[in-house]
Every structure is written in structure tokens, then in C-alpha cells.
Design a protein around this ligand. Structure first.
Ligand code: 3HC
Length: 291
């Protein structure tokens, strides 16, 4: 079975991007939200991104038809509309219990051979798969922010995932214009397992006064060729998101020294400094740009 019809649950930061790249890959896409306002905002983001990509394509003399992509995407507030999807990707709030309840419900709605995927950053895929009624047809599909530009997707398999489902998920990732990698269902998979402790270590370095936030960012950009330093990237991802990933790991793996919570991160989140999304984090932001 080829994946042709895709349901995306959640039209937020990740969901709108996943819906868009799936439509760019030729799939028919239904984006499902809980409120009309959230849906409208997600679709508006897609329109803006498509317009930007069209502008870029024009500059390069390439053809890109944003209207054709947009015509493949529709929104809904009814999960029942996802019943005949070949693949349903979840990109809702990072709360394991909420995700599990969603998959238990979807298991009864979506056709039996439909594949389920979660875009979670850090929760065990196997726990969601276990309640979905189709553990063998369940993978992690972890995209990166901004989904439209980042070229990677992690395809996370559990010990119950069918090999054919892994192959279909990889093919879907390629259709979305991504390079898939496959990995096991371990905390943070590959990227976040390395990235989040690195961000936390940078914060501890700054807390100790070993170097300033700005100098640490310059060091990692110029010394390692990273497009953003750890503080700018934490702002970009969201300080609350980073904190919640770390809190989840500390709770689950209390004896693993790799997972500690920097005081600086807790303090910033307490003050509502969440990064790009709140306009203030380690830096000041105006929209998507650092001031
Ligand atoms: N859609 C379409 N176009 C977009 C876009 C989007 N969503 N986002 C940005 N663009 C456009 C910009 O408008 C800009 O256009 P312009 O040249 O006309 O101004 C162009 O793309 C390039 O963007 P920038 O000017 O901001 O410049 P950069 O070359 O720095 O690219 C970046 C931006 C790709 C975000 C780059 O800085 C980068 O790679 N940063 C690191 C991102 C990263 O590491 N992401 C992973 C985070 S971890 C994660 O997501 C996992 C999660 O589980 C926590």
C-alpha cells in the first residue's frame, strides 16, 4: 500500500509544517484541530510558508505551484474525517496521557490497515502504540523545526513495528523531501538524545560564568559550523519545550547523569521567557527573527 491520504492531528508549530510537506509530496492531506481558531492559524501559516517558497523558487528560476499544494490540504474539526487515511501523524501537545487517549480513540476510527505515527520529541513510541490497537502499524515520525526547511525525519521503530510499515514510513519521509534515518525507540531517539543534553550543558557553562551566552553561541557557530548556537537554538525550539523534555527524562531515568535540569532554564521559563514564541528568551525576537 502506498501512502496517498494523510491525516495530521494538530496544526501548530510542527503539525502545519508536516501537513504542508506531505502535500508538497503529492499526498491528499486532512489537518484536524480541536478549535476553528487553531485550524485557521495553522492554515494561515501554511499559506505564508508556501508564498515564501514560491518567491524563492521564482528567484532560482524553478517552478513551484503553491495553489496546487494548497488545494491538496483541507482542515477539519472532526476526527471521523480521518477514517480512510493511509497514515495519521499526531503532532499535538507534548503530554503522554493526552496522546495515549488520542491514539486509543483513533484506533477505533481509522481503517485497520492505516498506519499511525507520533511526532513526539521524547516520549516512548511503544507506550502510545500499546493503546492504539495496532502496535505493529505504529512508528515515530520525528520531523525538525522548521519542518519546511529541515531535511531530516527520524523513523522510530519499536520491537513490534512491522518491517513493511517502517519501509512505508521511510518512503513517505522521502516523498516529503526528507532524508529518513531509522532508529530504535530510545529516549530522544538520535537527535534530541544528543542535542538536548548539549543545550543543557551550554546553560550550565553560562550559569558557572565560564563564558557568556553570546560567546558560547559564537563559539559553537564558528567553531563547529552550526547554523545557530545552543542558546539561539533553545530560543528557536522553545525553552518550555526543552524544559519539558528534560523534566520527562529526569522523572523516567532519575539515575542517568546525562539528564539534569539547568537552574537557568527553569528560571527563564518561570519568568515566561519561552524564546521565539513569547518574543523573549535568551534573546529578543520579533516574529521569526532574532533582534
Ligand atoms: N517556510 C518557508 N520559508 C521559510 C520558513 C518556512 N517555515 N522558515 C524560514 N523560511 C525562509 C526565511 O524567510 C528566509 O527567507 P529570506 O532568505 O527571503 O529571508 C529563508 O527561509 C532562510 O531563513 P533565514 O533567513 O532565517 O536564514 P537561515 O539560512 O539561517 O535558515 C534555519 C534558517 C534553517 C532555521 C537555520 O538557521 C537552521 O538550520 N537553524 C537550526 C535549526 C535546527 O537545528 N532545528 C532543529 C531543532 S530541534 C527539533 O526541531 C526537534 C524538536 O523535537 C525539539
Amino acid at each position: 500500500m502506498a501512502i496517498r491520504k494523510v491525516g495530521v492531528i494538530g496544526a501548530g508549530l510542527m503539525g502545519h509544517g508536516i501537513a504542508q510537506v506531505a502535500a508538497q509530496g503529492g499526498c491528499e492531506v486532512i489537518v484536524c484541530e480541536t478549535q476553528q481558531g487553531f485550524l485557521d492559524k495553522g492554515l494561515e501559516r501554511i499559506d505564508k510558508s508556501l508564498a515564501k517558497l514560491a518567491e524563492k523558487a521564482k528567484e532560482k528560476g524553478q517552478t513551484f505551484d503553491p495553489a496546487a499544494v494548497r488545494a491538496r490540504i483541507r482542515g477539519t474539526l472532526a476526527k471521523a474525517d480521518l477514517a480512510d487515511c493511509d497514515l495519521v501523524v499526531e503532532a499535538i501537545v507534548e503530554d503522554l496521557e493526552v496522546k495515549k487517549a488520542l491514539f486509543a480513540e483513533l484506533g477505533k476510527i481509522v481503517k485497520k490497515d492505516g498506519i499511525f505515527a507520533s511526532n513526539t520529541s521524547s516520549f516512548p513510541i511503544s507506550e502510545m502504540a500499546a493503546v492504539s490497537g495496532r502496535a505493529d502499524r505504529f512508528v515515530g515520525l520525528h520531523f525538525f523545526n522548521p519542518v519546511q526547511l529541515m531535511k531530516l525525519v527520524e523513523v522510530v521503530r519499536t520491537d513490534k513495528t512491522n518491517e513493511d510499515v517502517v519501509a512505508q514510513a521511510r518512503a513517505f519521509g522521502e516523498a516529503c523531501g526528507k532524508s529518513p534515518i531509522t532508529c530504535k525507540d530510545t529516549p530522544g531517539f538520535v537527535v534530541n538524545r544528543l542535542l538536548v543534553p548539549y543545550m543543557a550543558e551550554a546553560m550550565k557553562l553560562a550559569e558557572r560564568g565560564d563564558a557568556s551566552i553570546q560567546d558560547i553561541d559564537v563559539a559553537m557557530k564558528l567553531g563547529c559550523g552550526y547554523p545557530m548556537g545552543p542558546f539561539e537554538l533553545t530560543d528557536y525550539v522553545g525553552l518550555d519545550t526543552t524544559l519539558s523534555i528534560l523534566q520527562g527524562w529526569v522523572k523516567r531515568y532519575p539515575n542517568d547523569p546525562a539528564f539534569g535540569i539547568p537552574k537557568l532554564l527553569e528560571a527563564q521559563v518561570k519568568e515566561g521567557k519561552l524564546g521565539r514564541k513569547s518574543g523573549q528568551g535568551f534573546y529578543t525576537w520579533q516574529g521569526d527573527k532574532r533582534v
